[in-house]
Design a protein around this ligand. Sequence first.
Ligand SMILES: O=C(O)c1ccccc1N[C@@H]1O[C@H](COP(=O)(O)O)[C@@H](O)[C@H]1O
Length: 223
Amino acid sequence: MHVKFCGFTQLSDIQTAAQLGADAVGLVFYPPSPRAVTIEQAQTLSAAVPAFVSVVALVVNMPKEELVKLANDVPFDILQFHGDETPEQCEQLASRVNKRWIKALRINVEQDTPDSVRAQVAQFADAGASSILLDAYHQAAYGGTGQRFDWSLIPHDSALPIVLAGGLDAQNVAETSNLPIYGVDVSGGIEVDKGKKDAAKMRAFMKAVKRDRWQNATVTDAI
Ligand SMILES: O=C(O)c1ccccc1N[C@@H]1O[C@H](COP(=O)(O)O)[C@@H](O)[C@H]1O
């Protein structure tokens, strides 16, 4: 199980996340978010991330010119499109800045089914996404709402590895162990305040994921 911690604004928090073994750390480039960072903040934060930890730039409907400037100014590894971007837009924007990308789909329990989610994933797979992130739909926010969705809507035979997000924390992450997912992503569940992470919550989250991972490991996994 891979772990992404998202929404960093403070240097000590991102250093702690890396020390705890997070696979990826996310920076939010969406000004309305309470977790948004400036280019200058992002430069400082990304410079503190060691080798083998990926820096993810989360954007929401960001115009091309702004994205080009972001990619020029901030070293990051992966783009996370978390808005209304179509597969074609994601493909064009990501290729313009030469980055791998993942797309967040916001699951609406009133409308979505495993088949409709699978079909959307296939479209983003065709467009070149590396992974799909599934988050809860909220009518007033693009993400970071702390809300879960009905996990039975996660398709089993997805065309892309699935990262689960939305309302995860150290208490509930073990419940994800039998889901058909590649990783988990958390923001609010490791915070004391929006954008301010809590070292104890990050540690508890990692322990819960890794404990569960090794309890369920097969011999092949463990090699
Ligand atoms: O964190 C934000 O403020 C945010 C704003 C706009 C889009 C996405 C955002 N966060 C992402 O939302 C999911 C779930 O967050 P949570 O764990 O439920 O708080 C996660 O990918 C965040 O990175």
